[in-house]
Design a protein around this ligand. Sequence first.
Ligand SMILES: Cc1ncc(COP(=O)(O)O)c(C=O)c1O
Length: 401
Amino acid sequence: MHSNEILRRRFLAHVGQTSPSPMMTAVERAEGVFFYTPEGKPYYDLVAGVSVSNVGHANPAVVEAIKRQAERYMHVMVYGELLERPQVEYATEIAALLPAPLESVYFVNSGAEAVEGALKLAKRYTARAEMISMRRAYHGSTHGAMSMMGAPEGEEWKNAFRPLLPATKAIDFNDFDQLRQITEKTACVLCEPVQGEAGVREPAPGYLQALRKRCSEVGALLIFDEIQTGMGRTGEMFAMCKYGVTPDIVCLAKAFGGGMPLGAFVSSNEIMGTLTHDPVLGHITTFGGHPVCCAAGLAALRYLLEHNTVAEVERKGALYEELLVGHPQVCEIRRSGLLLAIELGSSEKMFRMMEMFAEDGIMSDWFLYCDTAFRISPPLVISDDEIRDSAAIVRRCLDRL
Ligand SMILES: Cc1ncc(COP(=O)(O)O)c(C=O)c1O
């Protein structure tokens, strides 16, 4: 039997599945903005592992950092006990880039764990129970993060796993009036500064400022989920910098690990300090801040800074938009930096595009709460020629719709 066929059968038999219809394209290697099948067919990666591979696949600076750290030491002791240089250096450099007082970085393994840690920290610091999220928000798949999926779209997932966390409620993103629902009972409000899985929805002018003001008035902590928007995706290192609003806690993951699994929640020393006592070990993790993942994340961050990559993101995103806007099949393009939702107005059309993309060497995806639009969120290092070439393939697929 052909080795690809054996791989497919074993994948279906022994690898836990997330849907009845996985893509099942075999990956042999990846480099820059491409991945390749065992037969050598290239795919333009316009998903970047869902906003993970911002510095491109197999970025030599990241690969070298991983090798060097793996040779020195990998896992030594549970997180938070020993002085591990990759953690300390990465925390220091991230804190220097974030606005004050975001200075204390608690490393974890993933986005969902960063959200869990942030929610627990807010409850612990405020001694309040109520937690508010935004409708059409996605924050992860663990029980706590899933409890914060915004109704009504999130209900389909939540209903299958109840009971979830009590004392959670959702308000509409960009609805100024509903900010009044944030009260002295509220421990925290969790919000993506730009909603990703809702299909790329930017905040209305003044909304994040009004949200910040309301949280401060009632003593609720504001948590930004920058898991998808952080590390340059929206054209600033963090989306919060675009809007000039500083949360009390920010969650990071995805591109934060440079392609390795790493997350963090970041706050002030004053707020973070509450996790060290009453009880001690209030949030613990074995692998959080793994030294190899921190070395990879730090190398990726330094790459972004040294190559001035983030400064180019807005221009590159605008170029994609310019190349696709006006096509008769495109109803709307919603965009923040290099995070684009190409709206087709119909899920049938979107799924037909996915089939054509698979044939023509494009890796794209739709959004959890928006299957009428497809995603373009390539590695931030994509060149202008690669943008033009991949946009031409997308246009040819649109022509055939
Ligand atoms: C905004 C946002 N928050 C949280 C998560 C969850 O991250 P993870 O899959 O690493 O748990 C995601 C993942 O897509 C996300 O987009």
